[in-house]
Write a protein that binds this ligand. Structure first.
Ligand SMILES: Nc1ncnc2c1ncn2[C@@H]1O[C@H](COP(=O)(O)OP(=O)(O)OP(=O)(O)O)[C@@H](O)[C@H]1O
Ligand SMILES: [Mg+2]
Length: 293
C-alpha cells in the first residue's frame, strides 16, 4: 500500500511533464490488444481522459483489423494482405466502413465518454478531413526481377489533410476519434492504413507527439530484443534485411514522415501494457521505440 505522501510524490513528479505538454496536441494510433481486452480498453480511455483534463489535446486514429477479419470470415470472405495492407474489393470496403466507421468508432467514443471525456467520432469523409487517392504499390516479380504494379483495390493513400474540422472540434473541447476511411477522387470509399493516417494528421496539426500503440514492445531486432531508439539509416537497413516487415512497415514510414514534417517526437509503444500512454508521456526514459531523424 502506498502512503498518502508517496501518492503525493508521484503526482508531483508529473508536474514538469504537465507544464511541458499542456496545450499541445498528441496524435495517438489506437490498435491491437488495447482495443480488445476489457481492462486495457478501460485503461486506455482513462489515460485519454486524464490527458485531456490536464490540457493535452489527444487526437485518436484507430485501426480494427481483427474485427474486420472476423466479420469478413462470417460473410464467407478471406482477408488477404500485401506488404501489411489489406486487399480491398467493393464488398470488403463496405465491411470496412461499417466496422471501422460504425461499430468500432462508436465503441471508442462511448468508452471515452463513460470515463468522463467528451469524444466525437468521425471518418476521413467528415468535413473533408482526408483527401485520398487510390494507392498503387509495386513489387519485384520473382521471375523477371521487374517491378509489377499490385492492385490493392479500394485502398487509399492520403493526398491532403484538411484540419478545419479538427480545429473546430478542438475549440469546442471535444476529443476527436477518427476512422481511417476516406472518399477518393470519384467519391468511391477508400480504406487507408491507420498508421499512415495518424502520421499525416500529426504532420498537418504540427503535433508535439505521434504515438502508435501496437502488440509488440516496440521495434524488435532479429533476436527479438527491443530497440529503444532508431534513426532513418537504421530503419533502412532493418527493412532491407527483412527484420522490419508486414504491419511494422507502415508504422516506421508514418513516424519518419511525421518527424520530417516537424512533429516533435514519434513513438511505437506496447499497447498490451496497461496505461502505456502514461508511461511513455510521464517518465524520463519512456517506453517502446522512439524514432528520430
Ligand atoms: N521488427 C519488428 N518488430 C516488431 N514487430 C514487427 C517487426 N517486423 C514486423 N512486425 C510485425 O508488425 C506487427 C504490428 O503491426 P500490425 O499491423 O499487425 O498491428 P497494429 O497496426 O498494431 O494493428 P491494426 O493494424 O489492427 O491497427 C507486429 O505484431 C509484428 O508481427
Ligand atoms: Mg497495422
Amino acid at each position: 500500500m502506498k502512503t498518502n505522501i508517496e501518492k503525493a510524490g508521484i503526482l508531483i513528479e508529473s508536474l514538469p511533464y504537465i507544464r511541458k505538454f499542456s496545450g499541445k496536441t498528441f496524435v495517438i494510433k489506437y490498435g491491437g490488444a488495447a482495443m480488445v481486452d476489457e481492462k486495457l480498453k478501460d485503461a486506455f480511455a482513462q489515460d485519454i481522459v486524464l490527458l485531456n483534463f490536464i490540457g493535452i489535446k489527444p487526437v485518436i486514429v484507430h485501426g480494427g483489423g481483427p474485427k474486420i477479419n472476423s466479420i469478413m470470415e462470417k460473410m464467407g470472405k478471406t482477408p488477404t494482405f500485401v506488404q501489411g495492407q489489406r486487399i480491398t474489393d467493393e464488398e470488403t470496403v463496405d465491411i470496412v466502413e461499417m466496422v471501422l466507421g460504425g461499430l468500432i468508432n462508436k465503441q471508442i467514443v462511448s468508452l471515452i465518454n463513460s470515463h468522463g471525456g467528451l469524444a466525437i467520432g468521425l471518418s476521413g469523409k467528415d468535413g473533408n478531413l482526408i483527401k485520398a487517392k487510390k494507392k498503387v504499390i509495386r513489387k519485384l516479380s520473382p521471375e523477371t526481377g521487374v517491378p509489377e504494379i499490385i492492385d490493392l483495390g479500394l485502398v487509399g493513400e492520403v493526398e491532403k489533410i484538411n484540419p478545419k474540422i479538427l480545429d473546430t472540434i478542438d475549440e469546442s473541447g471535444f476529443i476527436p476519434v477518427i476512422a481511417p476511411i476516406s472518399a477518393g477522387t470519384n467519391t468511391e470509399t477508400l480504406n487507408i492504413n491507420a498508421d499512415y493516417v495518424a502520421g499525416e494528421i500529426a504532420s498537418a496539426l504540427k503535433a508535439e507527439k505521434l504515438i502508435l500503440l501496437t502488440d509488440t514492445e516496440g521495434i524488435l531486432d532479429k533476436k527479438n530484443k527491443l530497440i529503444s531508439t532508431m534513426n532513418s539509416r537504421k530503419i533502412k537497413s532493418l527493412v532491407s534485411k527483412g527484420t522490419i516487415s508486414g504491419g511494422m512497415l507502415p508504422k516506421v514510414q508514418a513516424c519518419q514522415n511525421a518527424i520530417s514534417n516537424n512533429v516533435g517526437k514519434t513513438h511505437i509503444i506496447d499497447g498490451r501494457t496497461p496505461h502505456a500512454l502514461l508511461l511513455e508521456i510521464f517518465t524520463e526514459e519512456g517506453i517502446g521505440t522512439e524514432i528520430i531523424k
